[in-house]
Design a protein around this ligand. Sequence first.
Ligand SMILES: Nc1ncnc2c1ncn2[C@@H]1O[C@H](COP(=O)(O)OP(=O)(O)OP(=O)(O)O)[C@@H](O)[C@H]1O
Length: 277
Amino acid sequence: MLEVNELTKRYDEVRALDGFTLDVAAGEIVGLVGHNGAGKTTFVEMVSGLLQPDSGTVLVGGRPPADTRGEIGISPQHIALYRPLSVREHLNLYGGIAGLRGATLRDAIDELAVALQLTSFIDRRAGLLSGGQQRRTQAATALIHRPSLLLLDEPTAGADPETRQALLDVVKQRAGEGTAVVYTTHYLAELMDLDATIAVAAKGRVIARGTSAQLLEGLPGEVRVTAADGEVHVSSQDPTGTLLEILGSVRRPVESVELRHPTLDDLYHSLAADHVH
Ligand SMILES: Nc1ncnc2c1ncn2[C@@H]1O[C@H](COP(=O)(O)OP(=O)(O)OP(=O)(O)O)[C@@H](O)[C@H]1O
């Protein structure tokens, strides 16, 4: 659905993108993670057609972004709502631009209002909403026309747990219907919840890509065993096997056992640590 090949973009001496390549299939959620300044937002802006690359190509469903605007839904990192317009007016506006009319538009608004819990403030002006309510409204403007590609740039930044879960549930549902999703976040736990594949960006390129299981393979976990005569704490690629080995050799009563398998946080630190600007 999305094919991005070798994008480059320079701002004077800063290489914002430096050979950024990423494919996203229909129905796939790709979690795009990386340090501040890794190039994630620049990439999202290029796919949405807001920014031109110096070189490289972007294809959405085989066509350039400029020809596919109605098929893309974007929730930018910074809240971009019209303060005097109500939530319903936003959804009418965005849905209308995408060609939705009459009962189809009304049904789409009703459905999203329930899914993203907008109902209680749907006729309130955006300027009077809380941060979390604005986040949900912004996400709704990206979803209203059922785009085939969703670009969500830190959609849950500053959101409370309920807001976050409502959004994650809608994203999962849309992916289940075949929408391709690029989901930029610093909250790695969200990507586990979404069952997303992961792309790690650093210095303007994707340095690792795969399922979380693929990317976690080979990363060490930790085992800590405390016995009456002291503590053993080791890093191991097979924490369960190592734990059993230690338990087999301990001669004094064991007081506590701690076993930690590698997480996405470990992956993130191991891959991105060497690539900070
Ligand atoms: N308009 C601009 N002018 C100059 N430099 C820019 C501009 N936009 C981005 N950059 C630089 O390009 C690099 C990539 O920025 P980008 O916003 O894409 O990173 P990011 O991965 O989205 O970061 P964050 O996690 O902080 O949102 C940074 O070094 C940034 O300072």
